[in-house]
Design a protein around this ligand. Structure first.
Ligand code: SF4
Length: 279
């Protein structure tokens, strides 16, 4: 079957060829980290998440911290049935949430795997936001918490860093759809069990672009929790420096001015290689 799982719309038959995401038709898991505590407190919870890192990516940003799995590709392959069995083989009571990391290019396969599967903890869709609203609607039945990283406002940045000049046009509609499907954020003991948390990573020299993303959120996604991140760490390809404290401070002040103060603000000290997971 031809793949139109994401806005790249490659139309390739993934049983025979690979599209932009560089993955075949089977779900490929690069790494699993149990009791993962590095997400926001309302996602990691007290026990930590069951973090499942998928191989490949439909965005493949030049500065990706998980370059080895998003660009190079590695890991174990599963059919939808096998993935469901694999997931259920964990003692899920040991975790606060199931954190599906970079899952977009396996959307259809994950829906096939998890539809009707009554899981005892929230399923988190931890994505880049480069997704089609129609697919977000289909994901509604398997996802509890949408966790998109809303990356760029300018088309130049989308093109330069992710070869997606339409990133903002696409992601802004996807995140609006997520908000429409999750109009209220529901917590249980501090854990987000159903809702939306919008991430944004500040890039060096891109304060104005980040401010424009926050302006859009304030105007169009009222009441949404935002998680601002300063952890950008230079990788092989650009940008080649860290975020300056002054840049991050300016963005924090802007968020405060817009009233976006119900989420999380990462400390500037997070811009450290220690935040780059090893694979
Ligand atoms: S999921 Fe992969 S193959 Fe399918 S449209 Fe997106 S990038 Fe192309």
């Amino acid at each position: 079957m031809k793949c139109f799982d994401c806005p790249r719309r490659c139309g390739v038959d993934r049983s025979k060829a690979k599209g932009f995401c560089n993955e075949g038709e089977k779900i490929r898991v690069a790494k699993v980290i149990e009791n993962f505590a590095w997400e926001e407190p309302c996602i990691s919870g007290e026990k930590g998440a069951l973090a499942i890192f998928f191989s490949g990516c439909n965005l493949r940003c030049s500065f990706c911290q998980n370059y080895e799995i998003s660009h190079v590709g590695k890991g174990e392959e599963f059919s939808p049935d096998e993935f469901r069995e694999f997931l259920l083989s964990f003692d899920l009571e040991k975790f606060s949430s199931i954190d599906l990391i970079t899952p977009t290019h396996f959307s259809s396969a994950l829906i096939a795997a998890l539809d009707g599967c009554r899981l005892p903890l929230p399923v988190v869709w931890n994505s880049s936001g480069y997704e089609a609203p129609a697919m977000i609607e289909r994901l509604d039945k398997i996802v509890d918490v949408f966790l998109p990283d809303f990356k760029y406002y300018s088309d130049q940045n989308g093109q330069a860093f992710s070869k997606a000049g339409d990133y903002f046009a696409v992601a802004s509609e996807a995140v609006k759809k997520m908000r429409q499907l999750r109009p209220v954020d529901k917590f249980e003991n501090g854990l987000l069990v159903r809702g939306l948390l919008i991430r944004h990573l500040l890039l060096p020299g891109q304060v104005r672009d980040s401010m424009a993303v926050l302006d859009f959120i304030a105007q169009n996604l009222k009441g949404s929790m935002v998680s601002l991140m300063s952890q950008f760490t230079p990788q092989k390809f650009g940008p080649h420096r860290k975020v300056l404290p002054l840049e991050y401070k300016a963005l924090l002040a802007h968020a405060e001015k817009l009233g976006l103060d119900s989420g999380y603000f990462q400390d500037i000290s997070a811009a450290d290689e220690n935040f780059v997971p090893e694979f």
